[in-house]
Design a protein around this ligand. Structure first.
Ligand code: SAH
Length: 222
C-alpha cells in the first residue's frame, strides 16, 4: 500500500476510534478522547509496528497477532486506555507489555518519558528497532517482568498495563505517584474488567471498573 493510502486508512481509523469512544464517554476525562490523543493516533504509523505481512491490515480496528501467542491491542482499546490515563506532557509513564512498541510510541507523543518493559526478549528487540526507526528517543525499554515495575525509574505519574492480572501487582501500586493513575485489565481471565486505579495525594487507592475486556494474562518468571 503506498504511503498516502496508509495515511488515509489511518485517518479513517481515528474517526472510527473517536466514534466508538462516544459510548464510553462517561468514563473518559472531559467526556471524550481529546485532540492531543487523536492527533497522536493520526501521526503514529501503526503499520510500522506490526509484522510486515500484516501491514495491509494495520488500520482495521482490531487486534493483530504479533507472534508468541500475543496481540497488539485493538486501536479503540489503545485509545480508551490512553484516554483513561489522562497523560500530561510532563508525565513519566510506565508501560508493562511493550509488544512491538506501538502503544509506547503513542504514549511518547503525549508525555515526557516512557519506560516500557516486555517479558519476551524477541518482541522487546523488535519493539526497540521499531521505536528507533520512528525516532522515539524518549522511550526507554527493557526486558523483564513488568509486574515488578521499574524501581530505578519510579515514581510514575501514569502506569499502563497491557496484560490482565487477577489483582493489581503491589509493586506497581507502590511505584505509582500520589495523584497518579493506572489502567489495567483486572480479574479472572474469563471475566476481566478494564480498571482505572487512582492514587490520591494521601496514598488512598480507588478503583473504577470501566468495561469487560479480554486480555492475555500478565506473565511472570518462576
Ligand atoms: N502494548 C502493546 C500490547 C502488547 S500485548 C501494544 O502496542 O498494543 C501485551 C504484551 O505484554 C505481550 O507482548 C506480552 O509478552 C507482554 N507481557 C505479558 N506479561 C508481561 C510481564 N509480566 N512483563 C512485561 N511484559 C509482559
Amino acid at each position: 500500500m503506498p504511503t498516502d493510502e496508509f495515511t488515509q486508512a489511518r485517518l479513517h481509523m481515528v474517526r472510527i476510534v473517536a466514534a466508538y469512544a462516544e459510548q464510553t464517554r462517561a468514563a473518559l476525562p472531559g467526556g471524550r478522547l481529546d485532540e492531543r490523543l487523536l492527533s497522536a493516533f493520526a501521526r503514529v504509523p501503526r503499520h510500522e509496528f506490526v509484522p510486515d505481512e500484516l501491514r495491509p491490515h494495520a488500520y482495521a480496528d482490531g487486534p493483530l497477532p504479533i507472534g508468541f501467542d500475543k496481540t497488539i491491542s485493538q486501536p479503540f482499546m489503545a485509545a480508551l486506555m490512553t484516554g483513561l490515563l489522562d497523560v500530561g506532557a510532563d508525565h513519566n509513564v510506565l508501560e508493562v507489555g511493550t509488544g512491538l512498541g506501538y502503544h509506547a510510541a503513542l504514549l511518547a507523543a503525549l508525555c515526557r518519558r516512557v519506560c516500557t518493559i516486555e517479558i519476551i526478549e524477541e518482541l522487546a528487540a523488535q519493539a526497540r528497532a521499531n521505536l528507533d526507526r520512528f525516532g522515539c528517543e524518549s522511550v526507554e525499554s527493557r526486558i523483564g517482568d513488568g509486574s515488578r515495575g521499574w524501581p530505578e525509574r519510579a515514581p510514575f505519574d501514569r502506569i499502563l498495563v497491557a496484560a490482565g492480572a487477577e489483582e493489581a501487582p503491589p509493586a506497581l501500586l507502590d511505584q505509582l505517584a500520589p495523584g497518579g493513575r493506572m489502567v489495567i485489565p483486572l480479574g479472572p481471565v474469563e471475566s476481566q474488567l478494564m480498571t482505572l486505579v487512582e492514587k490520591a495525594e494521601d496514598g488512598t487507592l480507588r478503583a473504577t471498573e470501566i468495561m469487560p475486556v479480554r486480555f492475555a494474562v500478565l506473565e511472570s518468571y518462576h
